[in-house]
Design a protein around this ligand. Structure first.
Ligand SMILES: C[S@@+](CC[C@H](N)C(=O)[O-])C[C@H]1O[C@@H](n2cnc3c(N)ncnc32)[C@H](O)[C@@H]1O
Length: 252
């Protein structure tokens, strides 16, 4: 399914203020923490969805968080939440990041792309990484998370998170792997991953102009999560679930 239709049809299942989805435990707290210190920062959240992550960072004291998403229903949900929560240092816009014009804007301290690149081809990922590089201030950061490139090949059972590999690790490059991720209340949400290798992510950073070494984290289920809900998190124990990258744009 087209990404915009996929998210327009599922916006209500994504709308939340507290952790619900598996990745609200296994990825988002870690990545939000990577964005610290957020206080006083101008942040661009690309593929922001209904704003769960941006809201948390805005509440942590960011000067401003601007979210961009291709799905008008996700942005509608983000705006509705902003009205009800009264958080002021947020703004949103519907745009396809592949065509987004960002060149005239004031540079950002941080660009965040949380589970955006799994919806983009290798070529579009590189294009959007370059757009991110161009709007980050010297000394600012680019942080993004993606499904772990090995997960689809290692984990065959579906519950509570999988991608279905339709080719091998290299022959599957740029092929869309459908998947699902569960919420703790039993609802499954459809997700997709246009498969990329580790090399694709590193090459994208280098070709975009980043010259510093990225921090790379392979995110997994923790013992605390297992204690909280072993039926939910147990089937994922010892699998590499997501990867988070944090790279600093060199000073000029
Ligand atoms: C898995 S959701 C993640 C949402 C949010 N970043 C989070 O972590 O909660 C992926 C989001 O990327 C958006 N997206 C996919 N392709 C996009 C594109 N080309 N431009 C802008 N947003 C896009 C989708 O509409 C969806 O809201």
């Amino acid at each position: 399914m087209d990404t915009k239709d996929l998210y327009n049809s599922q916006a209500s299942a994504w709308t939340r203020n507290e952790p619900v989805l598996l990745s609200d435990y296994s990825a988002r707290p870690f990545v939000i923490n990577l964005c610290e210190p957020a206080a006083g920062k101008r942040i661009l959240d690309i593929g922001c969805g209904e704003g769960y992550v941006g809201r948390k960072i805005a509440m942590a004291g960011a000067e401003h968080v601007h979210g961009i998403d291709i799905s008008d229903k996700m942005i509608e949900a983000a705006l509705a939440n902003q009205v009800s929560s009264g958080i002021e240092n947020l703004s949103y816009e519907v745009q396809d990041m592949r065509n987004a014009e960002l060149s005239d804007i004031e540079p950002y301290d941080l660009v965040l792309g949380m589970f955006l690149f799994n919806y983009l081809s290798v070529e579009d990922t590189h294009l959007v990484m370059k757009k991110a590089f161009d709007v980050i201030k010297p000394g600012g950061h680019f942080i993004f998370s993606v499904p772990h490139p090995f997960l689809a090949f290692l984990k065959k059972e579906k519950y509570p998170f999988y991608f279905e590999a339709t080719n091998g690790y290299f022959s599957g490059r740029n092929i869309l792997f459908p998947g699902e991720i569960w919420r703790r209340d039993g609802v499954a949400v459809n997700v997709q991953c246009i498969h990329k290798t580790f090399e694709d992510y590193f090459k994208g950073l280098v070709d975009s102009g980043f010259t510093t070494m990225p921090e790379v984290y392979e995110l997994r289920i923790t013992e605390e999560q297992l204690k909280l809900d072993s039926a939910f998190f147990g089937p994922l124990m010892d699998y590499p679930l997501h990867v988070a990258f944090k790279v600093r744009k060199q000073d000029q």
